[in-house]
Design a binder for this molecule. Structure first.
Ligand SMILES: C=Cc1c(C(=O)O)[nH]c(=O)[nH]c1=O
Length: 308
């Protein structure tokens, strides 16, 4: 069974990634990803110009059908992650960066351009939990402006992390902008922003920042994630790969993401619930489904979801 895949000239033995933010903030966490042989690549926590503590606790809450988080971009600062990805690794890395504003985002990309890092970079335009800051990629004009400036100097492979869209006109709008730029990939979706979970027994919300509003992940967002993967696959230039993120709990979900067009699939909430052993289960379940259907490689079914 061949599970190999690629993004631009980056080749992955396995189609599985960790969702940025999940077990990828510290050296120890990143080393545990390196040691997980079923993981095709390592995605770093989104790095900011300055280290950040993040939002007050509680900032993560587990639900039967997913999770809500309001982490607030806690990270060690971009120098740590930029140094980490320049060391030798057994698998490709994706350096995630997130500006607190457009100028920060551009400055971060300049830092990467000026480094010797030649792997993939992912510009996160969709963090929903930074108090007082909107999710950039909901503003198509601002997104185009940032990417125009970045592409005027950034000559290395990079993609963008997108929020979920919920309107066909919005899929059209963001694809029209992204198709203007030489992106290696888009990663869709980030968490579904500004959900609210209420503990009825205590009659209160479950996370502290922003009055309890936070990003939703896990099983409950799978239909939204699949819609975004499918909609963007149908609209983006063929040379822009898609990392499908959101709602993956089983090999069936991985198969569905790829069937909708994903080149790789990243897992977030389920890693928190189950640990890094989840990847061995997902690989086994995906291979069983492929064998049942007579598929030898991901290319045999990628993007071939049928309409009625
Ligand atoms: C980078 C910040 C993000 C965070 C966070 O650090 O709060 N949570 C998410 O669900 N998505 C993000 O992109």
């Amino acid at each position: 069974m061949n599970l190999k895949t690629s993004i631009a000239n980056n080749h992955f033995e396995m189609p599985f990634l960790n969702a940025s933010g999940i077990i990828c903030q510290t050296q120890e966490e990143l080393d545990s990803l390196e040691a997980t042989k079923e993981l095709g690549g390592i995605v770093t926590k989104s790095a900011t110009l300055q280290p950040r503590e993040g939002n007050e606790q509680p900032r993560y809450y587990d639900l039967a059908n997913g999770s809500i988080n309001s982490m607030g971009l806690p990270n060690l600062g971009y120098p740590f992650y930029l140094d980490y990805v320049q060391h030798d690794h057994s698998k490709p890395t994706i350096l995630s960066v997130a500006g607190m504003n457009a100028d920060d985002a551009i400055e971060l990309m300049r830092k990467v351009q000026d480094s010797d890092y030649e792997g993939l970079t992912e510009l996160n335009l969709s963090c929903p939990n930074v108090i007082g800051h909107p999710q950039t990629a909901y503003d198509f004009e601002a997104t185009e402006k940032i990417l125009t400036t970045v592409c005027s100097f950034f000559k290395k492979p990079f993609g963008v992390k997108l929020p979920p869209y919920f309107d066909l006109a919005h899929f059209d709008g963001i694809a029209k902008v992204l198709n203007k730029f030489p992106l290696t990939h888009v990663n869709t979706i980030n968490s579904v922003g500004n959900g609210l979970v209420v503990d009825v027994d205590k009659e209160q919300v479950v996370t502290k920042a922003k009055g309890g509003f936070g990003g939703l992940g896990g099983a409950m967002v799978l239909p939204t994630a699949l819609a975004n993967v499918r909609a963007l696959r149908l609209r983006l230039n063929d040379d822009i790969a898609i990392i499908g993120t959101g709602g993956v709990t089983t090999g069936v979900d991985v198969f569905a993401h790829i069937l909708c067009g994903a080149d790789m699939v990243s897992v977030g909430t389920q890693v928190i619930k189950e640990g890094l052993g989840v990847y061995a289960r997902l690989q086994k379940e995906l291979e069983e489904i492929m064998a049942d259907k007579g598929y030898e490689s991901l290319d045999d079914f990628r993007g071939k979801v049928k309409e009625l």
